[in-house]
Design a protein around this ligand. Structure first.
Ligand SMILES: [Mg+2]
Ligand SMILES: [Zn+2]
Length: 197
């Protein structure tokens, strides 16, 4: 047997399943799923979903997409909230998703400040590399959705497909000179487009 093939690369009929065709969506959080704030999202009460975003994630799931989050949370390093509070925000999101029949497979966050010069803070690609490791293949067919240039830059660096929504830091189609950038009004419009193709 080819040593590169693991046991779970075979389905019950014994044929090779190509994991690289995995349907993967990677979302930024603030300004994509929930309302952003210049004073940071510091509590579950301040974590308020954008119109249609919860249903958009459920729709992606129903269409076979695995959905991940990659989010810069420097409010942790700045002492604005604790990891425990962040978990409570994410528990609130998970409850809302569960009601809608949706699920985030895993949340990757950068807890550092810009001064920490870590490898995970976007536009660096540390979190995307962790997702690659988690799924076990490259992200070249993955769809990345963000509201700021940092998200888009990270997506391009790792070779994924960049998508911008206009519900956060960026409110009109930008002139960033990025040829393959797809722009959507919001996450629901993105999900409709992806699921109806
Ligand atoms: Mg954002
Ligand atoms: Zn970091």
């Amino acid at each position: 047997m080819d040593p590169r093939l693991r046991g779970d690369d075979f389905n019950i009929a014994g044929r090779i399943v190509d994991n690289s065709t995995d349907k993967i969506v990677i979302l930024d959080r603030d300004g994509v799923i929930n309302q952003d704030s210049d004073t940071y999202i510091k509590s579950p009460e301040e974590w308020i979903p954008l119109q249609g975003s919860i249903e958009a994630i459920a729709q992606l799931n129903r269409n076979g997409y695995r959905v991940f989050i990659f989010t810069n949370q420097s409010g942790l390093a700045r002492g604005y909230f604790t990891e425990e509070t962040l978990n409570l925000m994410h528990a609130k999101m998970a409850r809302m998703l569960d009601k809608a029949g949706g699920k985030i497979e895993r949340i990757f966050y950068c807890p550092h400040s810009p001064d920490d010069e870590c490898e995970c803070r976007k536009p660096k690609i540390g979190m995307l590399k962790q997702i690659e490791k988690h799924v076990g293949h490259s992200l070249e067919t993955a769809l990345v959705v963000g509201d700021s240039k940092k998200d888009i830059e990270a997506a391009i660096k790792i070779g994924a497909k960049p998508h911008l929504v206009l519900t956060g830091k960026t409110t009109s189609a930008p002139d960033w000179g990025i040829d393959n950038l797809q722009v959507f009004a919001n996450l629901k419009a993105f999900a409709e487009s992806v699921c109806n193709h």
